[in-house]
Design a protein around this ligand. Structure first.
Ligand code: PLP
Length: 315
């Protein structure tokens, strides 16, 4: 945990210049390139239509965390979008490994992407598109900065409704983020750090890049409907099973989340991150709670356990 706090750059230290590229390596159209040279055609439907799926795994101290789960979700998404990857799973693992090794980062944020690509004849028929695989490794980043990890985030509940699952299947990790970005602006407008948006039934869904959990009477709950089944969310279920805490996926109302004993969010970008205020009101006593702290510690401990992580380069 302290190691994490030291490693995460504060918001001010991050890049805000759009012309600057993070230090990293990408794999694109058969070549390894510095991030600044990894460019795709503006005609790629991944860009024009958000017709793409992706996954993000992280590396911590030279080890991938739960790589198999990320690959399973990525391959499932590609298949459900009727795309075809030009490489098999083993080759993709070696590309991701190369990106990390060439970047020189010991802790990294590693993304794999499959876009629809475009049709060589400019046909509008997606069946004729040549799908494109892209991967990259850049420095590890987090939804929450150091101070927010210590004191907890302030989250605002936006009226924005997440795109319905019947329109875009949330189990396929996607870039349909206009709802999440709108939620984020709503949150900034009221002075909060980030947002939670609603599902089509008015329950709490998820936020920009994270799932959410509440703890009430030592039982955990996370929304079941209309959300990405996050790998960090799955990791919380697995940790709870190990330590004998009950965790279920079921609807959460606004009143329930505000009346919880503890609230935290989960993402590959930062792990388990405490929330101590919602819509300007403190959650319980306004401090990071014991269940959240215990899960945060366990989460980072698992990063060098071979059952949960794999070395980037096998010894
Ligand atoms: N929900 C959304 C919409 C996301 O984009 C993400 C991650 O990017 C998550 C949840 C958290 O998923 P994971 O824990 O796999 O990073």
């Amino acid at each position: 945990m302290t190691q994490l706090l030291r490693a995460i750059p504060s918001v001010d230290e991050r890049y805000f210049d759009q012309r600057a590229y993070p230090d990293g390596i990408a794999y694109l159209d058969g070549q390894y390139l510095p991030m600044s040279e990894a460019k795709i055609s503006v005609l790629d439907w991944g860009f024009l239509h958000s017709d793409a799926t992706y996954d993000t795994v992280h590396v911590w101290n030279d080890r991938f965390f739960r790589l198999d789960l990320h690959l399973d979700r990525f391959f499932r998404g590609v298949e459900r979008l009727r795309m075809k990857l030009p490489y098999d799973r083993e080759r993709i693992v070696s590309i991701l490994t190369d990106c990390v090794a060439l970047s020189g980062h010991t802790s990294a944020y590693v993304e794999m992407i499959c876009t629809r690509g475009s049709s060589p004849t400019f046909s509008r028929d997606p069946r004729q598109a040549e799908n494109r695989f892209i991967a990259f490794a850049v420095p590890f980043g987090s939804v929450a900065n150091k101070e927010q990890l210590e004191k907890g985030l302030h989250v605002a509940i936006s009226e924005t409704v997440r795109i319905p699952p019947k329109s875009v299947d949330p189990e396929i990790k996607n870039y349909h983020w206009l709802d999440l970005v709108k939620g984020l602006f709503d949150a900034y407008d009221v002075g909060a750090d980030t947002a939670l948006i609603l599902d089509t039934n008015g329950h709490i869904a998820e936020g920009p890049g994270f799932n959410v959990f509440l703890v009430k009477d030592r039982s955990l709950r996370t929304p079941a409907f209309g959300v990405l089944p996050g790998i960090t969310r799955q990791t919380v279920f697995d940790l709870c099973a190990e330590i004998g805490l009950s965790a279920t996926a079921a609807d959460i109302s606004r009143t329930e989340i505000k009346g919880a004993d503890e609230v935290f969010i989960t993402s590959t970008a930062g792990g388990i991150m405490p929330v101590t205020r919602i819509d300007h009101a403190a959650i319980a006593n306004g401090r990071v709670g014991p269940v959240t702290r215990r899960l945060m510690d366990l989460y980072w401990q698992k990063h060098d356990d071979p059952a949960w992580s794999t070395a980037v380069i096998s010894p």
